[in-house]
Design a protein around this ligand. Structure first.
Ligand code: PMP
Length: 308
């Protein structure tokens, strides 16, 4: 059964039916987590469906692959073309886009160098990641007992499948304890990020987000928010955040291609600010949704038309 709205997957250069997009159970990726991937969105705009920051996502995919010594058969341009082709083949107006580069089937053993580097692109319909009401009401989160990976262990600049074993622990624990999502700290106790989102706080008139050296993914939505917030006249700083700042911050919010800009209304049952989306978060959210919908002329270069 295909994911919602999807019928075809692009695999190593060919569009094939969803149900035929299979790999062998002895593929390297299955045993050793050797894949890098992306998550991007296509938004329907007044000028038709547009992929949001597609090139930046594909560049990050290639960068993630480079960190893991994977040489994909496709360039950033090839991947952008293939992604748009996949969206068209699935007749999508709005969708989530999931390109993945993985070590395939040849032999097993930790050393992956004999295995092929395969590439696939899937698309499906995916609404608001943390629920539609969360965008206004905010979510309840907890600080995870699991930390993000230490520097020089699992590189967090790579969006690698293996990193998401850690994300799964963070997310499952949060859900088991009745929260919407978990926030991980760095091994030294600074705020890092959510299981699938970057985090921002608003504190004494400034907007602060952890630096890339605090075990975070270089989020593309994070980059949009830094740009948009500065355009709105806010001071944005990338600096380490002590855990307790989460409890005294005026506003806290998540960012991500899936989560978009989602306010956080409580952390560990402590109310954040006014206990719902705060005014700064709302302004940034409005600017973000205007940009993705093609209503922000200044940022039209963030959009790639699906139907060229
Ligand atoms: N951190 C993690 C761990 C993520 O999985 C994601 C989602 N890709 C993000 C941050 C946000 O990144 P982006 O804005 O590029 O989607």
């Amino acid at each position: 059964m295909a994911f919602e709205g999807a019928s075809k997957i692009w695999m190593n250069g060919r569009l094939i039916p969803w149900d035929e997009a299979k790999i062998h159970v002895c593929s390297h990726v299955v045993h050793y987590g050797s894949a890098v991937f992306e998550g991007a969105r296509v938004y329907n705009t007044a000028k038709g469906p547009m992929a949001f920051r597609l090139r930046d996502h594909m560049q990050r995919l290639i960068d993630s692959a480079k960190i893991y010594r994977m040489v994909p058969s496709y360039s950033v341009d090839d991947l952008c073309r293939a992604a748009l082709e996949t969206v068209r083949a699935n007749d999508m107006e709005e969708c989530y886009l999931r390109p993945i580069v993985y070590r395939g089937y040849a032999q097993l053993g930790v050393n992956p160098t004999k295995c092929p580097i395969d590439t696939a692109i899937a698309v499906w319909k995916w609404g608001a990641y943390l629920g539609p009401e969360a965008l206004a009401a905010g979510v309840d989160v907890t600080v995870s007992t699991w930390t993000r990976s230490a520097p020089n262990t699992f590189p967090t600049m790579a969006k690698a499948a293996a990193n998401y074993m850690n994300s799964q622990l963070i997310n499952m624990e949060a859900k088991e304890r009745g929260f919407n999502e978990g926030i991980a700290l760095t091994p030294s106790g600074h705020v890092s990020e959510g299981s699938g989102e970057n985090i921002f706080i608003v504190w004494k008139g400034r907007i602060i987000t952890p630096p890339l050296s605090d075990s975070v993914l270089p989020g593309i939505t994070r980059d949009c928010v830094i740009t948009l917030a500065r355009e709105l006249g806010y001071t944005v700083e990338e600096q380490s955040i002590p855990r307790e700042m989460l409890y005294v911050a005026d506003e806290v919010f998540f960012t991500g291609s899936a989560a978009e800009v989602t306010p956080i209304r409580s952390v560990d049952h402590v109310q954040v600010g006014i206990g719902r989306r705060g005014p700064v978060t709302e302004k940034i959210q409005t600017a973000f949704f205007a940009a993705v919908k093609g209503e922000s002329p200044k940022h039209n270069d963030w959009l790639t038309p699906v139907r060229g």
